[in-house]
Design a protein around this ligand. Structure first.
Ligand SMILES: [Zn+2]
Length: 250
């Protein structure tokens, strides 16, 4: 049963489903409406290998209502959807074996302009998560070079990789806050993981102890579907085989 303060808050600020954005019954246990609930595919039990970091984890598959909700958050500024995804990532990170007070969250930076949507989203998500988890947050550890265009404008996988390789510059003043820390890179959506790898290569110059990544959703590439991946397990370095499931609509 939901607590009374949450119910009263929802009565004042209409409680909305993070998938479709429609109002949700204030007494319902789930934040997600009954029609969207089956479409949220939780993949937080899977680890994905991305070069230059220990592992990437995502809460949802970037499909169905999770995809619609993230688009509303990203492109239409739906704050309640943003809060939902930020809180889910905080829960995921809290349950990780590597998680402790030595962790620091670092958002993927956007382009130089402060109004850059992607920048605003990543910062919002990372800040809220850091507050929830009572750990450090370094928002200006790196910046994106001006020449880098949005990844969504790149048509091919190769173009995405080339666009984002060496895309970030380390902010030396803030970098000292990362020395010896477990850095968790925060992004909203990960597609190929090349943005996270590029950011990790930049952050390594700050000598962190380890680098991880967490995002709200991950788009499986065609290579993922039905294939087995060798993934390093961060706590004991054991190798695991993870089968990534197919994604019908992305
Ligand atoms: Zn819904």
């Amino acid at each position: 049963m939901r607590n009374i303060i949450t119910v009263i808050t929802d009565m004042i600020f209409t409680r909305r489903c993070p998938g479709c954005g429609e109002p949700v019954d204030i007494f319902a246990d789930s934040d997600i409406c009954p029609s969207c609930l089956p479409g949220f595919r939780d993949i937080s039990d899977k680890m994905f290998y991305v070069s230059d970091i220990r592992c990437l984890k995502a809460v949802y598959s970037f499909s169905g209502p999770a995809r619609h909700g993230l688009h509303r958050f990203k492109f239409r500024g739906d704050g309640s959807a943003g809060i939902f995804f930020a809180d889910r990532i905080a829960e995921m990170i809290r349950n990780e074996k590597y998680f402790d007070k030595n962790c620091v969250l670092v958002p993927i930076p956007g382009n130089i302009e402060k109004t850059d949507r992607e920048y605003v989203q990543a910062v919002f998500l990372a800040k809220r998560r850091a507050r929830k988890l009572h750990i450090g947050y370094v928002g200006d550890a790196m910046r994106k070079k001006k020449s880098v265009i949005s990844q969504t404008k790149c048509r091919t996988l190769l173009a995405r990789r080339e666009n984002i390789a060496n895309a970030f510059i380390l902010n030396k003043r803030s970098a000292s806050k990362l020395c010896g820390k477990k850095v968790i890179i925060i992004d909203d959506i990960s597609t190929t993981g090349s943005t996270i790898s590029s950011a990790a290569r930049t952050l390594k110059k700050a000598n962190p102890a380890e680098i991880y990544a967490a995002c709200a959703a991950r788009t499986p590439t065609h290579k993922d579907i039905g294939k087995k991946y060798i993934v390093r397990c961060p706590d004991n370095m054991k190798t695991l085989l993870v089968v990534a499931k197919g994604n019908s609509d992305s």
